[in-house]
Design a protein around this ligand. Structure first.
Ligand code: PRP
Ligand code: URA
Length: 226
């Protein structure tokens, strides 16, 4: 037995569809953990824990349409059928801050392959600079989950998308904790077939392209390098 099924059916009641591929996940737990992340007095230890919890909630929503293959399973009582993931899943953290979201997503999808992309934003221009990428030349994953807590101008996500499309990935889902309206529009315009899952869309960027109200610098707060 090996029938593959697509779990496309209905959208979760927790995801508000903002535009065709853009989903803001709304849940009381998300609101609470996000508020703790925004709080400037939250310690790096707590900050990391809240990032992990939010990444779990986000990944649960973002993976609702993954395909599963029906497989036989024998319980202590009888034979029945169950499901296993039918596609190769890639987890792509954008260094550094994306690393904070890797373990919780891997806990949910232990068979995922983790491919790191090193990108930082130039402080003067806010343009992404790539400093690490070791994707293999062929055999792209079927579904890529790109994780980065912040989507500000969208430049880093666009650079990641370009790399993943060149690799040949079929489906890309972006998971960010906070995104700006402007950044989302930017990504949507360039890659309309990409799904974007976020916990919150904030209204603006300041003059140095930080998200407002935002949470400050996610990488510095995760790694205690403020
Ligand atoms: C931050 C963040 C994103 C990027 C978002 O990383 O984690 O990768 O900025 O900004 P954008 O949408 O305008 O590109 P940063 O460059 O601070 O690097 P870090 O994760 O190493 O701290
Ligand atoms: N990167 C961050 O960590 N925070 C922002 O607000 C923008 C980019």
């Amino acid at each position: 037995m090996s029938t593959t099924t697509n779990q496309t059916a209905e959208m979760s009641p927790h995801s508000q569809q903002i535009a065709s591929g853009v989903f803001e996940v709304q849940h009381p737990l998300i609101e609470c953990h996000l508020t703790a992340l925004r709080d400037a007095t939250t310690s790096p230890l707590s900050f990391r824990a809240h990032v992990r919890r939010l990444a779990t909630l986000l990944a649960y929503e973002a993976t609702q349409d993954l395909s599963i293959e029906m497989v036989p399973v024998t319980t202590p009582l009888t034979k029945t059928t169950g499901g296993k993931l039918a596609q190769r899943i890639g987890l792509i953290p954008i260094l550094r801050a994306g690393l904070g979201m890797v373990d919780p997503v891997l806990d949910l999808i232990p068979t995922a392959e983790v491919w790191h992309l090193g990108l930082y934003r130039d402080e003067d221009t806010a343009q992404p600079v790539e400093y690490y990428s070791k994707l293999p030349p062929d055999h792209p994953v079927d579904v890529a989950l790109v994780v980065d807590p912040m989507l500000a101008t969208g430049g880093s996500m666009l650079a990641a998308l370009e790399t993943l499309k060149k690799w040949g990935v079929g489906q890309v889902k972006l998971l960010s904790i906070i995104a700006s309206e402007e950044g989302i529009k930017h990504v949507e315009t360039e890659y309309p077939d990409t799904q974007i899952y976020v916990c919150k869309i904030d209204p603006e960027l300041n003059d140095v392209k930080y998200i407002v109200p935002g949470l400050g610098d996610a990488g510095d707060r995760i790694f205690n390098t403020l």
